[in-house]
Design a protein around this ligand. Structure first.
Ligand code: CA
Length: 238
């Protein structure tokens, strides 16, 4: 199952974790999978590391001394440079509201402690696939929305938009099938992949974020919610 990366393109993972034994375990497993590992033991250090060198993904513990993982996530999302940095939040809590809160703050995914290492690795690989990738496909458009897949840029009416990796991939999928309604399960399969388990409700959170990112105050909402069916890229004003 090991999908090792070549030494030429080793993705760097910044692990933010204050429990030393867990850090050691994470480093061992991530390096075994071909990742380069950077460490930060608290929130401040995490922000410093990220500004020094942008990692490919941040594995961010929620419960940290001084500055919580949620706050770190919020700050990273506020900075233009790290607005779309892939973040997986590690929660010590299993309550659903916490997971949703993590996603609402801007995390791309979350995993609850205690976690199975293989499940975490699958999520990391899936998020890296969604965020990076070698897109050389061209231009997708719908009404005044345009996605340049080569440059990995999205604009609406000429105004550049900033999307997280999951929202980007969702929008890309919608743009490939405009007007078609997809169920949450279909979106999960298409965007997250079949190999990882994600709650269908997670789709709602990312749709909300996608809407927020692409719809300006005076813009027409380009995403149509189809009650009990799912979502479509389909402006409702016609
Ligand atoms: Ca902790």
């Amino acid at each position: 199952m090991a999908e090792a990366y070549s030494t030429l393109a080793k993705p760097t993972i910044l692990v933010v974790e204050d429990e030393a034994p867990l850090m050691t375990l994470l480093r061992y497993n991530l390096e075994k999978q071909g990742f380069k590992v950077e460490e930060a033991a608290d929130g401040q250090e995490a922000l410093l590391r990220v500004s020094e060198a942008r990692p490919d993904l941040v594995l961010l513990d929620w419960m940290l001394p001084a500055l919580s993982g949620i706050e770190v996530c919020r700050q990273l999302r506020r900075r233009p440079h790290t607005r779309d940095l892939p973040i997986i939040m590690v929660t010590a809590r299993t309550e659903d509201q916490d997971a949703v809160r993590a996603l609402d703050t801007g995390a791309d995914d979350y995993i609850a402690k205690p976690f199975v290492m293989d499940a975490l690795l699958a999520r990391i690989r899936a998020l890296l696939r969604r965020s990076g990738g070698v897109a050389t496909k061209g231009m997708l458009t719908y009404r005044d929305l345009a996605m340049d897949q080569d440059a990995h840029r999205v604009a609406r009416g000429g105004r550049p938009l900033h999307l997280g990796p999951t929202e980007y991939r969702l929008l890309e999928f919608f743009l490939q099938h405009p007007g078609r309604v997809f169920s949450r399960e279909q979106l999960l399969d298409a965007v997250w992949g079949r190999d990882i388990h994600v709650e269908p409700r997670t789709v709602d959170v990312h749709i909300r974020r996608l809407r927020k990112a692409i719809n300006g105050e005076s813009d027409v909402d380009l995403i149509r919610t189809v009650r009990s069916a799912g979502y479509a890229l389909d402006a409702e004003d016609h």
